[in-house]
Design a protein around this ligand. Sequence first.
Ligand SMILES: Nc1ncnc2c1ncn2[C@@H]1O[C@H](COP(=O)(O)OP(=O)(O)OP(=O)(O)O)[C@@H](O)[C@H]1O
Ligand SMILES: [Mg+2]
Length: 113
Amino acid sequence: MKEIKAIIQPFMLIRVVTALHKIEGLPGITISEIKGFGRTRGSKEKELSNEGIYEFVQKNKIEIVVQDDLADTVVNTIQENAHTGNPGDGKIFIVNVEDVVKIRTNERGKEAV
Ligand SMILES: Nc1ncnc2c1ncn2[C@@H]1O[C@H](COP(=O)(O)OP(=O)(O)OP(=O)(O)O)[C@@H](O)[C@H]1O
Ligand SMILES: [Mg+2]
């Protein structure tokens, strides 16, 4: 199992989620509002960032855990639909998941995703 953590531009969220919805067998999505900075330290995105010592930039994070065979499809869908070509487009991290527990049924692993 893989966890796909994507940090994307907030104005691309609806487009990305709409595309993800179309993936057959997608088990779920978690979305959160986050802030941070990348290599460019938000310097090219100052209009989007807060005042302060650090130039934090608002982003959205999408987290999806899938079985291995769906991981490439999910990553490619996010990459294609979150891309503008400008600094700050975000990143996709792909992480191995050790185990999953479904709380309602106490299923584990693949069955629980
Ligand atoms: N290595 C990282 N670890 C954790 N979070 C990161 C990392 N790189 C980027 N992020 C997060 O992703 C957001 C978007 O990063 P961003 O796309 O600006 O990266 P970048 O390296 O500056 O690339 P770009 O040149 O396209 O701006 C950041 O605001 C931060 O929240
Ligand atoms: Mg940047």
